[in-house]
Design a protein around this ligand. Sequence first.
Ligand SMILES: Cc1cc2nc3c(=O)[nH]c(=O)nc-3n(C[C@H](O)[C@H](O)[C@H](O)COP(=O)(O)O)c2cc1C
Length: 308
Amino acid sequence: MAIFYPGEMSHKDRHQLVLSGVSPRPIAFIGTQDADGVCNLSPYSFFNAFASNPPIVAIGPAIAARTGKVKDTWRNIMDTGECTISTVPYSIVHRMNITAGDYPPEVDEFVMAGLSKRASTIVAPPSVAESPYAMECKLMQNIELRRDIGGNGNIMLLEVVAFHVADSAMSGGKIDPRRLDHVARMGGNYYARTTDLFEAAQPLHACIGINELPEHVRTSPVLTGNDLARLAYVDVLPMLDGSYPQFDTSYRADSFEIELAAGNPDGALFVLLNSPQRHDRILLHRVAQMLIAQGRIADAWQTVLMEG
Ligand SMILES: Cc1cc2nc3c(=O)[nH]c(=O)nc-3n(C[C@H](O)[C@H](O)[C@H](O)COP(=O)(O)O)c2cc1C
């Protein structure tokens, strides 16, 4: 493992180390206005949400390491106390990118990036109409970061005073995460796109934990750490109870491998249980692994308990 100490690194290397490891980061597409009402729009990925009552988000406008120049976004928010934050769907990622160029304060990046303005209801700056999710924000606090050592920035705590959500991003009155198509910033020039979503419900009860799994399960040569954790989500260690599998007399299957390759753990288990290898740990765990992947945790438990 390589170890890096920030004080011994160049600014560029340190910056990339932070950007690469703390990733993916959501992107705040920040709309501001100067005192004369000129609009400014720029992306900031030192951004996240920190509370929901009241809703608080934070952004990190840096002070340019080379020139010591402050960002227009930071100056406008300090002057007016207001901004909007729009999220960035894939459909506008390149238009977002061109707004990150270094333009004079009088340039309206909404116009130069061909993006439309959505009027706000409480603050003056507009948000990006092409974004499915936008927030109107008021400055709560600006925290200056180590100005004494130079080249550092700020954390701006912002209170969200209004949310705008596209109708098409919602189903049943709630946001459907699959409809946002947000992008996020990685290290280098890389971005991530939220097209590979999966669900992992936060446990509502105390889980038994991986350390409480039976030895033959915990030391499985087949089940991964994620598989074991999904078995360990239960609150009580299950017992073999005959609830699974149950086949009617017409059930037919005779190849373990064909059934597994076809994504049918029931068929594979049927073949296994009718063979001399019915207690083979590796084969049982391969079936259990597929059941886990299919979210059938109770059936996976019954399968791993058949080993004994
Ligand atoms: C995806 C992306 C994320 C960025 N995140 C930040 C950031 O968190 N902080 C920062 O100071 N600059 C960040 N930048 C650079 C600014 O967007 C850039 O300096 C821009 O010119 C600032 O514009 P402004 O002076 O109008 O605020 C980012 C650039 C991109 C492309």
